[in-house]
Write a protein that binds this ligand. Structure first.
Ligand SMILES: [Fe+2]
Ligand SMILES: [Fe+2]
Length: 465
């Protein structure tokens, strides 16, 4: 097999023998990881998947049946911009970094490793879900997300191997050694150690946690380190589908629940009550907010100053790319009370990015509530306050209700089962999860999608079992 068939790429890999050798050494380890930790039970099945073959806005993807271990995980970067400049921070306006600047080496490696670690982690979290899929359409979407997260790992490993020498190679090996939820060698970020073992979890995860990915990648797509910016820009193209899966998945669950509400008792009819959907939203939204990091952060200031990580749509949305003169008004907890504090803007950039994310999530809630309204039920879903159930930053270690009011630990413990999924809730949801493998059929707890994938109908044989 020639190199391009083994590792499809648009980075002239065949001309960089050293990098080529390094990646070819990593490839079998990656495949071992995929076989051990990728989707269980479906490795030899033909799945109708899209494969990235280029980065052009038209025809970047090719759709066909492929067995997942034969998927062509490739390395694709958006084309370089001539005269690319650092778009923000202390080096604003200087030529973009084509190599890793020595003084930012550790920071940059940490950013890339942290992003890279999330990609295989989510594959590990989702590896059992094929056994309980609600339809072949959903099964195919799960596997599409999984192989693309695998490709995103490739994207980050390319940067580590290509730009960080020996320690980059070591980090790339460790990305295959950590395991989601493993107490001895867990994944780096907590949301990626949480179990994702039923389809309501999966849809909430792809809605809220993949959406964190969108905002992190968008901030990195502004990076002055050009190879990182170009990589992340292309990853965002694929990421859009992951969020589509979560957003429409939850919308379809809402639709079915609303239909069952009109017929009688949702539980008796085998659906998922809205209260449980709300609890899953509360759980995954709050864990995903943690992924943005502390509200007040010297790292965020350093990354911005260095030109490594910008704001969401830094180039398009802002005119002041230095962000040195402004303050950001933040709510914090002090002496057991909520107080406001002025923080230099650069130290508040995690919170600024989190705010963009929350706005985006609200649009999802509006879509689901429209589904409920269209079905004629009066109940509505909502996002909990961003202070609720946080484990990172200013609000970690304090307890809040869904409206963001500071409450006592005891009050939180008393109310917790109304706000977050209980063991019984999880067991109930799991009890509904029986696989539906027949072409064109769908589980009772979810409505079919409005359309199939890429012009194919819902009743297409998306996976050949
Ligand atoms: Fe990803
Ligand atoms: Fe994703």
């Amino acid at each position: 097999m020639n190199l391009y068939d083994r590792i499809p790429n648009n980075v002239n890999l065949s001309e960089d023998k050293k990098l080529q050798r390094a990646l070819e050494k990593w490839l079998p380890n990656y495949l071992d990881w995929w076989r051990e930790m990728g989707p269980e039970g479906f490795q030899e099945k033909d799945v109708w998947l899209r494969t990235a073959v280029d980065v052009g806005s038209e025809g970047w993807a090719h759709f066909d049946y492929v067995k997942m271990p034969d998927y062509r995980w490739g390395i694709f970067l958006e084309p370089p911009q001539p005269d690319a400049k650092v778009g923000f921070g202390d080096n604003y306006g200087r030529p973009a970094y084509q190599e890793v600047p020595g003084e930012f080496r550790n920071a940059l490696r940490r950013i890339i490793v942290t992003q890279g670690d999330t990609e295989p982690a989510s594959v590990e979290q989702q590896r059992q879900l094929g056994k309980t899929c609600p339809s072949l359409y959903d099964l195919r979407n799960l596997f599409q997300v999984n192989v693309e997260e695998g490709r995103h790992l490739w994207a980050m490993v390319y940067l580590l191997h290509g730009y960080f020498g020996r320690d980059g190679r070591d980090e790339a090996d460790e990305l295959l050694e950590r395991r989601s939820g493993n107490p001895d060698k867990p994944r780096i970020l907590e949301a990626f150690n949480q179990p994702c073992d039923d389809w309501l979890n999966f849809f909430a995860f792809t809605m809220f946690t993949d959406r964190d990915g969108k905002y992190q990648l968008s901030a990195l797509a502004e990076s002055g380190f050009e190879p990182l910016a170009r990589t992340c820009q292309f990853m965002l193209t694929e990421e859009a589908h992951h969020m589509f899966v979560g957003d429409t998945g939850l919308g379809r669950v809402c639709r079915r629940t609303a239909q069952l509400m009109k017929e009688g008792d949702v539980r008796e009819l085998g659906g998922i009550p809205l209260e449980i959907i709300q609890k899953y939203i509360n759980f995954w939204f709050s864990y995903s907010l943690d992924l943005f990091g502390g509200e007040i952060s010297s790292n965020s200031a350093d990354f911005f100053a260095a030109g490594l990580k910008g704001r969401y749509k830094e180039r398009d949305q802002y005119t002041d790319h230095l962000a040195t003169d402004q303050n950001f008004t933040m709510t914090i907890v002090e002496d057991g009370e909520l107080k406001t504090r002025e923080v230099p803007l650069r130290n508040a950039l995690n919170e600024v990015l989190r705010g963009e994310y929350v706005k985006d999530c609200e649009k999802g809630l509006a879509r689901w509530n429209k589904v409920l309204a269209d079905e004629g039920v009066s109940e509505r879903l909502f996002l909990p306050h961003p202070r609720f159930h946080r484990h990172v930053g200013e609000f970690a270690g304090h307890t809040f209700d869904l409206q963001g009011n500071l409450i006592s630990c005891e009050d939180f413990e008393r109310k917790k089962d109304e706000w977050l999924p209980t063991m019984e809730d999880r067991e109930y949801v799991r009890s509904l999860m029986h696989p539906v493998y027949e072409v064109g059929k769908i589980a009772n707890w979810i409505a079919p999608p409005a359309a199939g994938i890429k012009g194919k109908p819902f009743d297409y044989e998306y996976v050949k079992l």
